[in-house]
Design a protein around this ligand. Structure first.
Ligand SMILES: C[S@@+](CC[C@H](N)C(=O)[O-])C[C@H]1O[C@@H](n2cnc3c(N)ncnc32)[C@H](O)[C@@H]1O
Length: 252
């Protein structure tokens, strides 16, 4: 019988791996992702200032003793709106420096696994490294179970039936835009709810969807919370929170 390690494969020196680590529960990593976390020379990850890093926390049970790590701390996350020039200047400089550090490791022949919560190509910081480094270095992207997939599974909410359309909306959109988009879809996932919770709730209510909306915080993680959006009175939610509005299409 083939061993799990043989199925997961090995890491090549000088290659950047974008490793999707799934929504939170380590058991939802793919075989390839779990194998690479153990195989790469350096495990790299992003973290909010003063926090251990969510993706790093997810893979903690897989890390080998003494494994080399590279922690990249965001100078700013959701304290300033992403459209603000200060945010763009600080994050732009941070991504340039991070890409330079990663390039140095790759040039030295190291295999580097950059962890990405959920899927690397879905609203992930990894994409900013991929854009800068893939022209010059080999890059392999390992898909992950998205946060939304983990959340609707835990909330026990089938999302799209028959011909239902699904809209994925960032909660950072303006209220009117949210209402407009919600009115034109059958099912919706609203990401980046955190500081936008009160606005998102108003938009969902205006679109007439409050009775169907479910709030999921830290889905699949140990301190997960799932409740109807109508029961969320707090003005703010957690950073890892989303709202799910399931479709009501053809159910045979
Ligand atoms: C920068 S995006 C990262 C998305 C990630 N790459 C993915 O594939 O889901 C961060 C947003 O994803 C959502 N999110 C990701 N994982 C989540 C989880 N386990 N529970 C709730 N929300 C989650 C939240 O809305 C959060 O604000």
């Amino acid at each position: 019988m083939t061993s799990l390690d043989a199925l997961a494969g090995t890491a090549r020196g000088g290659t950047l791996y974008g490793i999707g680590v799934g929504p939170g529960d380590v058991r939802y990593l793919t075989l390839r992702a779990a194998g690479l976390v153990r195989a790469v020379d350096v495990v790299a990850f992003f973290a909010k200032r003063g926090l251990p890093g969510n993706a790093r926390r997810i893979v903690a049970p897989l890390m080998a003793e003494g494994q080399a790590e590279e922690r990249f701390e965001y100078p700013v996350t959701d304290e300033i709106p992403a459209e603000h020039p200060d945010y763009q200047q600080k994050i732009g400089a941070f991504y340039r420096e991070t890409a330079a550090t990663l390039a140095g490791l790759l040039r030295a022949g190291k295999s580097v696994g950059l962890l990405a919560e959920g899927d690397p190509f879905f609203y992930g910081s990894f994409m900013h490294m991929w854009r800068r480094l893939s022209p010059d270095f080999p890059v392999e992207v390992v898909p992950g179970v998205t946060g939304m997939s983990g959340c609707w599974t835990r909330a026990n909410v089938p999302m799209t039936w028959g011909n239902d359309t699904l809209a994925v909306l960032p909660g950072t959109l303006g209220e009117e835009q949210l209402v407009d988009r919600l009115r034109r879809t059958d099912a919706a996932v609203i990401m980046k709810v955190g500081r936008n919770l009160a606005k998102v709730r108003r938009a969902v209510e205006t679109a007439g969807l409050l009775s169907r909306a479910v709030y999921v915080e830290r889905g699949t993680m140990q301190d997960e919370r799932i409740l109807p959006l109508s029961e969320c009175a707090a003005p703010q939610g957690a950073y890892f929170a989303m709202v799910l509005i399931p479709g009501e299409g053809r159910q045979l």
